[in-house]
Design a protein around this ligand. Structure first.
Ligand code: SF4
Length: 340
């Protein structure tokens, strides 16, 4: 009898807020949160790691510490060093396998990368947001597409895992520009990506533009439709999508922070529903008035059926009966149809 062991990946998240950011991205209200928020000290970071490790079986699994939230390499060098040093004892013992950080593309230098490498950082995610210079300028990002390209090449050349995050619906943006950004991200050999549709947050320059009628956010349907196209492009290129849509926060639900824009707590689900809708759409005509069983890989059953059974309900308008079943031998992304 053989024993199967599937290695799992755990991230221990450590939130580093963006303190007194010198930039003014139009969609962001985080740039000046000094006083209301403080960076965790070394003891707090240790506490977070210990707490998570007490609930994780680290033997044989891949455990990493992820410093996220702010621009890690925008911190003073001594602060970066202090955070990285906290993790070292666990790296030396082989309990933690690596460190992940997120940062801005213009906060990358060879010296910074050499230090990150020495301290066990394995993955670097850059907030690229767009690779169109006009969009970057209108969004107040404070960097150009060249910053992204140069930083990405340096990161890859030093053997890190590269993540490039992008946004959709930025000022001056279009579906074609977003698709072009995705193609450039693929060309830069990103290993991972995250896609965030632009939301209009209160007390931001974008909120003012919106209120003056000078900025129109994507509708939820437009954003999900575009992200479904981006998903297909990234998927075909083997770029792993780590997330689509912002993490929901309380202020998004009660209107305290969110003014407008394509927010949905299950945005990723909506995107995958659309991906599967496009795949299954031809069946409506092909099996009109028929009874069909659609077999998909079990991991994709929910996406195929769709958010709130949207895809099944659509097909049921045309077919007499529609059943979905999970079949492990079906390759992800494929499906098989039987009639009965
Ligand atoms: S999104 Fe832009 S303005 Fe906001 S914290 Fe990041 S770099 Fe600064």
């Amino acid at each position: 009898m053989s024993n199967f062991f599937v290695m799992r990946h755990f991230n221990i998240p450590v939130f580093i807020p963006e303190l007194a950011c010198p930039f003014r991205c139009v969609y962001c209200n985080q740039y000046n949160i000094t006083g209301s928020c403080k960076a965790p000290d070394v003891a707090e970071v240790e506490g977070v790691i210990l707490k998570h490790l007490s609930t994780i079986d680290s033997a044989g699994n891949k455990v990493e510490v992820a410093f996220f939230g702010g621009s890690f390499t925008g911190l003073e060098m001594f602060m970066q060093q202090r955070y990285l040093e906290v993790v070292q004892p666990w790296i030396e013992k082989g309990i933690i396998k690596g460190i992940r950080i997120s940062t801005r593309p213009d906060y990358i230098t060879e010296e910074i990368l050499a230090n990150l490498h020495k301290m066990g950082v394995t993955a670097i995610e850059l907030g690229a947001q767009s690779l169109d210079n006009e969009v970057l300028k209108l969004s107040g990002r404070g960097h150009t597409s060249d910053h992204v390209k140069i930083a990405a090449r340096m990161i890859k050349a030093m053997g890190f895992e590269l993540g490039l995050q992008m946004m959709t619906g930025l000022p001056g943006d279009s579906d074609e520009k977003s698709l072009q950004t995705a193609r450039e991200i693929i060309k830069l050999q990103a290993d991972t990506t995250r896609i965030y549709p632009t939301l209009v947050i209160r007390d931001t320059p974008l909120a003012k533009l919106f209120e003056r009628g000078e900025y129109k956010p994507q509708s939820l349907e437009e954003a999900a439709g575009l992200c479904a196209r981006l998903w297909v492009v990234f998927h075909q290129a083997g770029v792993k999508m780590l997330r689509m849509g912002l993490h929901p926060s309380e202020g998004f639900f009660n209107g305290a922070t969110l003014l407008a824009g394509p927010f949905h707590p299950a945005f990723g689900e909506l995107v995958l529903t659309k991906v599967w809708f496009d795949r299954l759409f031809p069946l409506a005509q092909k099996y009109q008035a028929g009874k069909i069983v659609i077999q998909v890989n079990p991991a994709e059953l929910n996406a195929a059926i769709g958010h709130k059974a949207r895809n099944r309900l659509f097909l049921e308008k045309f077919c007499k009966r529609v059943k979905f079943i999970g079949t492990p031998v079906i390759q992800p992304g494929k499906y098989y149809v039987d009639t009965y």
